[in-house]
Design a protein around this ligand. Sequence first.
Ligand code: CTP
Length: 437
Amino acid sequence: MQATNVVRLQQKCCYNTEVMNLARQIEQYLPPQLLELVKGISGQAAERGERVYLVGGIVRDLLLGYPNFDFDLVVEGDAVKLAQQVAETTKAKLLSHRRFGTAKLRYENFTLDMATARRETYAQPGALPTVTPGTLKDDLIRRDFSINAMAISLTSNDYGELIDPYQGASNLDCRLIRILHPGSFRDDATRIIRGVRYEQRYGFEFEAQTARLLERDIPMLDTISGDRIRHELELIFEEKQPEFAIKRLGELGMLPRISPFLKSDGWLAEKFDRTRRLKKPSQLPLLYFCLLVYSSDEKEIEQFLARLNISAKLSRAMRDMLRLKTRLPLLDKSALKPSEIYYMLREYDPVAIQANAIASDSPIVHHHLQLFLTKLRYVRPSLDGEELKGLGISAGPEMGKVLQTLHKAKLDGEVRTRADEKKLALSLKTLNFNTDP
Ligand code: CTP
């Protein structure tokens, strides 16, 4: 990702954040509609005696000059009540969770997340934290890395002031990823995977002690549920070049903690790159998942599906992918007719076919699979059952046979027009009458 409009950080690694005011940068960074809205929210909060802050990833990316459309606000007060009030005055759709003190306001072009500032304590490693209301500082110290533990005040008396109690901006300037306390990865080992994602996205390094603790705590990944691990992989698969993070997880010995047979190599990186050149962004994550396990056998894939609690849809695609992989030699013949290709592939999930097309190194196989996906699977005869009845073909097995022959002929380009199809159907009818006992 290219950094644009980089905010100049004044002193390398050690400037005084207490005096940093980002009012001008906020005005440039936030879309005007959103800017007006957050100012309105902060005004309503002030009337209630509450304070509102922009927090987390958006503050980090504002300082870096990277685009970010995740708008997170923390309220020192009651975020749910404030969000209800804002939803009424700004006609937003509201989704709130009183138990967690969170609310989502949905507008036409964007959403806004609001949360009550909170304190978190972990009863045991890997468990979800116990949450109680707290101050902004409590809310920042519970976070994963210093670069994600900054806030910007939106309250009028100190509007734009950067609140950075843990030297996040300084670490950002030094391109360092640093946890906030030694127990951080033990509290929540998903942070190990998150850290790698940020390291690779921004080209940062882990600060020395963080790197040591990260290596020490890698086994803690075993305490994380399949759903949470899968979610982290999904986030990696939303990155521009997820192969970097996957490779790094491999280097750090984390992949076998996720599933024992997983590995990352040059093959995977090349196939991820090929996937991006072939497919739209919305289709990439499922294909990345499939390619990640492409070299595995049935038992290993079943283990992966169970560990990560993979959805029924993706499970089906992965199982189909493996079945089809064993049949690829049948497709590696240049003389195949389109109808033969069609009947070999029609039972398989399109994602499974696409994954094999990307994975296969044979240009012939690749061509046949792509031909099926882009063309053959959509081919249908123009004549329907009613029209065939009109030609004197009776419903039932006879019609089934005629329709299949028409379909094959159309796939193979032997009939092109409706007239061609009628002619063929009539000839088949004659043939049937002639062969009837
Ligand atoms: N967070 C955390 N520990 C986690 C997950 C999230 O401390 N395991 C905090 C971080 O402060 C993070 C914020 O919650 O900044 C929001 O999380 P998320 O939306 O996942 O990340 P972003 O910071 O918005 O970063 P990005 O989406 O770019 O990865």
